[in-house]
Design a protein around this ligand. Structure first.
Ligand SMILES: *Cc1c(COP(=O)(O)O)cnc(C)c1O
Length: 809
């Protein structure tokens, strides 16, 4: 669509130097993801903490030209602006218009769980015989749906979209946009329960998606869903059932699934055992059969289904490489996102992109030239292209590049051996199976890993920011490997999100961050006198707690011809580091003799910010701090930042936020205030796998010291995690549970150094299954309670040998 068409569809005015017939090809709604290419439209959305309009001046400077806005922007600024009442509504109108031009069929998926998986699997099956457009990842919201529909055109003959709601009246606009011809209702569960009167209301709201659908596929064994569909849906009902009296009968068989439809029986092989996967798979099979796909095509695609992994993962590679793995899907928008993730993790100087051909059929030479520019602007040093399309276009690339006709040719070449100390991004469409390259380049480690969701850390940062004035600065405390998660990666993320300050405990942590390219100011909380030159060379700022330490630092910096930046810590009741009230007079005298010194900040630390019973004490600390800080400031030439609140303090005493706050555990999703916990996300998930399962007869003992006892015949499993990984010994003997396939499983017997046994009697658990040791269930806070400690200790205990994997959705 061109600018004029977009304006017409959204009933908008266009303000521009001249009317434009420029075709808009891509949408961008996050200024950091902007490519500034000439066919991009920036959509200025307003969020809870951010307003897209604020980024327009910067975007204009960087060459962006077209904007969808809600406010007047001076035309003199050089851009072209489509002004509407609501950008979100405008996107929905555009999507709805494009959908109406589409002549193929639209499949709409909703339900509580499994939407994304069903969409992904179904897409995989249907691409055997159709040109399919599918929503990316789990784009199913009021914003996600219009963005998913944007690329729709008549070069596709099928489109598959998911739609999700979290409260009543959200489905109508999604129905307006999608108006699916075929519907799939996955299932109903407790998600977002609090926003609906009851389950019935929730099902009814979701069913609104299918107002005009001709066909609806659903699990007939769910009584409520089935009854409500009978009542409210008028089209063809394709309800499948596990009971033989249904017209479509789907039953789990050994290593497979039998589907009887009318007088035909189909059999499919699958290794899935758990009920949720079988339900998802049945929806996919029934829909594929309905659309006339052959059994063998379906089977071929089922064989390729692996647990859906749609996220960008950063892993440690061989030869000092780091690998970002995105071997799932390849289109331009996804590539841009992956390049941004790469840029954000720019610690390693050389960057290599291994890229397969795009899935879109039509890519012009001009597109490749643009791609070349994009790679240069994102700092990619080398391109390794895989596939005939890219190979043919090799002359479009001015950046260092090599091309291979196929993934096999790449693997058989010597180029992979030449990669060392690189940040390697592997990005390809499924067809090229680039995961084989990823396997070759990544380190083999035991399967226990701490997965860190970088989006969740960012979410938590924004949550705390939303409690603060926009002028208040935030210092992120990332001591102890960022509470066990990984200092550099968390620091990169925070820097990317414009954090004001970082704090570490020791100088060497700060030096390591500088080596990895972190430029944000860093305060070192407990520097020793020996660290002074390393601090000076690396632009690290000491926290100072005594007069002799201050003098030592001052003299050393002066000897190097440098101004000393300091943070003065005041003891107001914590009785850890700091100047006492009685020492302030002397401190002021010393400071007045130090012209080459800059007091960056003055701060104190609350002893019990997280405990209501000590609120009175905390307030006296705050008052005393304010007095002392004002006293010191009175003799300083500059105005230092004052700060006292840590995470617990921010939620309890926001009115005392002063100039800055120090955010630590909150970034990791632990909030002592129960009421706010639900607004945080939990970034860290400690995961392992099942190494073996075994039968144990009644009366036998299990593990060291024969502490585990089989009171009856039991089935147990061994997980590949022990106290050397940070899984405390107190968690043994049934004192903790882990989650496997959504089941809670208790430990049995003592925790060993590298392994722990669990009781899986009567549960569905097999060798190789993934185990969640902590994450959403159980949570870090639960483990802390079981071990009679605090969440900080559980997080920082995860040992160095546990591989950290960072990802973004
Ligand atoms: C660790 C630390 C923080 C962060 O505390 P959280 O409770 O994790 O937010 C803040 N200030 C100082 C001085 C600290 O030592």
């Amino acid at each position: 669509m061109n600018i004029d068409q977009l304006a017409k569809v959204t009933h908008a005015e266009v303000s521009a130097h001249q009317k434009s017939e420029t075709e808009i090809l891509t949408l961008c709604y996050d200024s950091r993801q902007a490519t500034h290419l000439p066919n991009e439209l920036f959509v200025a959305l307003k969020g809870a903490t951010q307003d897209g309009h604020d980024y327009i001046p910067e975007l204009l400077r960087n060459g962006s030209k077209f904007f969808l806005v809600e406010k007047d922007i001076p035309v003199a600024s050089g851009g072209t602006f489509i002004k509407v009442k609501s950008c979100l509504l405008a996107l929905q109108q555009i999507a709805s218009y494009k959908r109406n031009q589409f002549e193929g069929r639209v499949i709409g998926i909703t339900g509580s769980n499994g939407k994304t998986i069903v969409k992904e699997w179904l897409t995989s099956v249907l691409t055997t015989s159709h040109a399919v457009l599918a929503s990316p990842k789990s784009f199913n919201s009021q914003l996600g749906v219009p963005l998913s529909v944007w690329p729709i055109s008549n070069k596709y003959d099928l489109a598959i979209f998911e739609a999700g709601i979290s409260k009543p009246n959200e489905m109508e606009p999604l129905q307006e946009i999608l108006s699916p011809d075929i519907g799939i209702f996955t299932n109903i569960g407790p998600a977002h329960e609090e926003n609906f009167i009851n389950l019935e209301q929730k099902v009814k709201e979701k069913l609104k998606l299918f107002k005009r659908a001709k066909t609806l596929i659903y699990d007939k064994d769910d009584q409520l869903v089935s009854t409500l569909i009978d009542k409210h849906f008028n089209g063809d009902k394709i309800g499948w059932s596990r009971k033989s009296n249904g017209s479509i009968f789907a039953q789990k068989a050994s290593n497979g699934l039998t589907v009887k439809w009318g007088d035909k029986t189909h059999y499919f092989n699958t290794s899935f055992e758990d009920e949720a996967s079988i339900q998802n798979l049945t929806h996919v099979i029934v829909c594929s059969l309905f659309l006339g796909i052959e059994d063998n095509s379906i089977q071929e695609r089922i064989d390729r289904i692996k647990p859906v992994n749609m996220r960008l993962e950063l892993k440690r590679g061989i030869e000092g490489n780091f690998v970002i793995d995105d071997t799932y899907n390849n289109d331009l928008a996804g590539l841009n996102k992956a390049l941004n993730f790469m840029e954000q993790q720019r610690s390693h100087e050389q960057k290599t992109l291994i890229l397969s051909d795009f899935i879109q059929s039509k890519v012009t030479l001009e597109d490749f030239a643009k791609l070349n520019d994009l790679l240069i602007s994102k700092g990619v040093d080398q391109l390794i292209g895989v596939g005939p399309q890219l190979s043919e276009a090799s002359s479009c690339f001015t950046i260092k590049s090599r091309f291979f006709e196929s993934t096999e040719a790449l693997i058989n070449s010597d180029i992979l051996d030449q990669l060392n100390n690189q940040l390697v991004l592997i990005k390809g469409s499924r067809k090229f199976a680039l995961e084989r390259v990823s396997l070759l380049l990544t380190e083999k480690v035991h399967k226990t890993r701490l997965e860190v969701n970088l989006d969740a850390v960012r979410h938590n940062l924004h949550f705390y920011k939303s409690l603060l004035k926009s002028s208040t600065k935030v210092m992120a405390v990332i001591k102890a490997m960022a509470y066990g998660s990984g200092s550099t990666e968390i620091a990169k993320l925070l820097e990317y999100n414009k954090i004001d300050y970082l704090a570490v405990a020791y100088a060497d942590e700060g030096v390591a961050l500088r080596k990895d390219g972190i430029d944000t100011p860093i305060m070192v909380m407990n520097p020793s006198e020996d660290d002074v030159y390393a601090m000076a060379r690396n632009n690290l700022e000491p926290e100072v707690h005594g007069v002799s330490q201050l003098k030592h630092y001052y003299d050393a910096f002066k000897s190097l011809g440098r101004t000393l930046p300091v943070h003065l810590v005041i003891n107001t009741g914590m009785n850890r580091l700091g100047f006492n009230e009685g020492q302030i007079k002397q401190l002021k005298e010393v400071l007045s003799l130090m012209p080459d010194l800059e007091v960056k900040s003055i701060f104190s630390h609350l002893a019990a910010s997280d405990e209501a019973e000590h609120e009175g004490f905390s307030l006296t600390q705050i008052e005393s701090f304010k007095q002392i800080a004002t006293d010191i400031t009175s003799i300083l030439a500059n105005q230092p930042l004052l700060h006292i609140l840590n995470s617990g303090g921010i939620t309890r005493f926001a009115e005392h936020q002063l100039d800055m706050v120090r955010l630590g555990i909150g970034l990791h999703g632990v909030e002592v205030n129960e009421r706010l916990q639900s607004q945080l996300m939990r970034p860290a998930q400690l995961k392992t796998i099942i190494s073996q399962t075994r039968e144990v007869k009644a009366g036998e003992s299990i593990g060291y010291g024969r502490k585990g006892k089989a009171v009856q015949d039991m089935t147990i499993a061994v997980m590949a995690i022990g106290y050397a990984d940070g899984y405390l010994r107190v968690f043994g003997n049934g004192n903790a549970y882990v989650s496997i396939n959504q089941q809670k499983v208790k430990t049995i017997g003592n925790v060993c150094m590298d392994m722990t046994m669990i009781d899986i009697t009567g549960l569905s658990v097999k060798e190789g299954d993934e185990v969640t040791v902590f994450g959403n269930s159980p949570t870090v806070s639960e483990l802390a309670r079981w071990a009679n400690t605090i969440p900080y200790e559980i997080l920082t205990n995860v040992s160095g040998r546990v591989q950290r994997v960072f990802y973004a959705e």
